[in-house]
Write a protein that binds this ligand. Structure first.
Ligand code: SF4
Length: 259
């Protein structure tokens, strides 16, 4: 199934259903994918496609491209709500992630001081002090937690490292002391003959226990919106997402549903 790579380091702005008018920053290669997960639903496709040839964009190039785009947008009075780090892989895998975040804050303050900075991370690198420091600096530290049950997380997100566990990641997310947004993709289907479903009562109970421990600013619930590399995945209907959201809200946690 055809999936989409971002072919620029700075792209958009695009309208994000979750974040508003968003200028994207892709710290992965422009012609391939680099990620510490290999999610069944990844819009950039499976890791098997390879990292391409372009390599990671250097910090200086990200600065130059971002400054050019922000100054152009400012000159044309263009609206902007958020600068979002996402793209063809995991942004925190960039070796200069902290420096790039520091640069982005300086550029944001210069051109669009009211704009938020968001990072969409898969939470696999939170054990690195420089990554955790960078994520503490941004306005929206959005961390993935698709399942609090180990076998389901492994089936859906397919972490590259065998030492990455749900137990460890929930503790590491909780270490932010609530300064985070947790993003959970709910989906069902089948892959390689195995059923995939993180919407069962046991899954939702485990997620709620994890959210209670993490106490995030917000939980973002969503489901499949675009093509996925695994073909037999199904979108969870909006009404069902809303029903799950209601259960979470009863625990005193804010939830945003999109999709
Ligand atoms: S963490 Fe994000 S980029 Fe990485 S495989 Fe999953 S969806 Fe794709």
């Amino acid at each position: 199934m055809q999936t989409i790579l971002f072919h620029d380091t700075v792209f958009g702005p695009i309208h994000s259903r979750r974040l508003g008018t968003s200028l994207g920053v892709n710290l992965s290669p422009r012609d391939g994918k680099v990620c510490s997960f290999d999610c069944l639903y990844c819009e950039a496709g499976f890791n098997a496609q390879g990292p391409g040839k372009a390599g990671l964009p250097p910090r200086e190039e990200v600065y130059r491209l971002l400054e050019k785009r922000l100054s152009d947008m400012k000159a044309h009075n263009e609206r902007l709500d958020v600068i979002t780090f996402s793209g063809n892989g995991e942004p925190t895998m960039h070796p200069d992630f902290l420096g790039i975040i520091t640069d982005t804050i300086a550029l944001r303050d210069k051109y669009y001081p009211e704009v938020k900075i968001s990072v969409l991370s898969n939470s696999t690198r939170l054990d690195r002090p420089d990554v955790a420091e960078a994520l503490r600096l941004v306005d929206n530290n959005i961390l993935k937690l698709d399942s609090a049950i180990e076998s389901t997380m492994r089936a859906i997100d397919r972490p590259v490292s065998p030492s990455f566990t749900t137990e460890k990641v929930i503790d590491m997310i909780a270490d932010f002391g609530g300064q985070c947004i947790v993003q959970t993709m709910l989906l069902r289907g089948e892959y390689n003959g195995s059923a995939i479903d993180n919407t069962t009562p046991a899954e939702i109970d485990a997620l709620i226990a994890a959210y209670r421990k993490i106490n995030p600013k917000e939980v973002m619930l969503y489901s499949i919106d675009r093509k996925t590399p695994a073909e037999n995945l199904r979108k969870v209907p909006r009404e069902e997402l809303e029903a799950v959201a209601e259960r979470i809200r009863r625990e005193g946690i804010d939830v945003q549903v999109s999709g």
